[in-house]
Design a protein around this ligand. Sequence first.
Ligand code: G3P
Length: 217
Amino acid sequence: MKFFVDTADIDAIRDLAQLGIVDGVTTNPSLIMKSGRDIKEVTKEICDLVDGPVSSETVALDAEGMIAEGKELARIADNIAIKVPLTWEGLKACKALTSEGFMVNVTLCFSANQALLAAKAGATFISPFIGRLDDINLDGMDLIAEIRQIYDNYSYDTEILAASIRTANHMKQAALIGADVATAPPNVIHAMAAHPLTDKGLESFLKDWEKTGQKIL
Ligand code: G3P
């Protein structure tokens, strides 16, 4: 499973990129607002740090506007994936942009039928939002599983990009189901490394080591 980082925080991206685990980045208007940065400037910096796809989101509501904004965003760097919402207009924009060779991430997906339409419209990525479904007492992971089955049934190339990931357990579940990509905030990726038994084991090893009186260096 590929890891994308869901943030526009340059320091956090740089920190994770050093580990070699960043396959791409996703941003959205809320994350740009949170960064306090100009969208084009910060997106350019992200694209310089990361080789993989960097999703940058359009805000127009009509297909024509999304196409124009998408092309403007794609001028920032070759690895831009244009993000459009899963509306009828977004699907039209997706078809037009992918036909011209742009990568398109269709976002705000909350149903398998929406994901099916996005694949038919040639989406590069479909972004089902797990956490926001969980928020309304549904199971976001069920949606990932449904889309996986449908895409496999027909060998669609569209990659399932599990989004709105809130916990390390979401990452595990997405990987078990076979999401192609999961995009998570930096704190969730850090949380994947944590285990209380690791901490406990390390503490006990260090206590015993101290008793030996030895040094490695
Ligand atoms: O990738 C989409 C993501 O940014 C939304 O996450 O936590 O705002 O639902 P969240």
